[in-house]
Design a binder for this molecule. Sequence first.
Ligand code: GLN
Length: 307
Amino acid sequence: MDYQSIINDISDEVSSLLRAGKVADYIPALAGVNPEQFAMTLTLFDGTQYSVGQADTLFSIQSISKVFSFTLALKLYRKELYKRMGVEPSGNPFNSLVQLEKEQGKPRNPFINAGAINVADALISHYGDEERAFREVLEFIQDVSDDKTIESNKVVASSEMEHGYRNLALANFMKSFNNLDNSPQKAVETYSKYCSVEMNTKMLSRAMLYLANDGIDPITGRVYITESQSKRINAVMLTCGHYDASGDFAFNVGLPGKSGVGGGIVAVVPKLMGIAVFSPGLNLQGNSLVGTKALELFTTKTKLSIF
Ligand code: GLN
């Protein structure tokens, strides 16, 4: 298949939509990002990459980091992790408080903010301190991307913390229901630091290969997680990766995927490739509008949807 001309066509087709979305502005450090950007990269199992657009531009991975922190927590806690959170789609916005109160402080899944903050808390407990938990997530991201230059942006992390009232509220809720070991402040801080990791679509699509290949990096041969854990992470990405638009994403794109409010989306084509797209304008559910459209066009043109 001529992947390069397919993604070139996609880039042309989405160009008229670049102003349709709205850049996330509830994290002030992200509000100034130019909305008229687009990038897409495919990484195959032999490392071959196909890119279009600004594929070298770094952006804030935000909630895409939840895939990596969940992987690490699942590896460490195995089934015990599900005592803290479920794996059911929430049908609610990513930072919603309502459901969490009704369900006694147990987040529906690891990809809504409450679940991801709880994952951060589990990592802090395991590693013994906040800084170490953050470093382990960062190193894991560097490992699966095979790129040691990847770092977190301190300005974005502190901007997120300064305006993180909702995330602190979620953490406090969980604490009040005895579903958080550490202080709400520490859990949200750790989470915010890895949400502020910056990557480009080349790095992110490469980082998805372990999930496309049953937990094993097809290039380095490193085994990160078991086949069953990989299968489960993909399942949660498919059912919960886009919050209250997860059904739409499965319907229109048909791949396990995860979005972030920085405008990135990662997706996995099992046994074949990792994909990443970037375009900062978001739809109403906080997912990249053009990124979603590009992935939809991709599975339509290539017939690579899992269905
Ligand atoms: N760090 C962001 C937040 O907590 C992540 C949200 C997202 O990407 N959906 O609000």
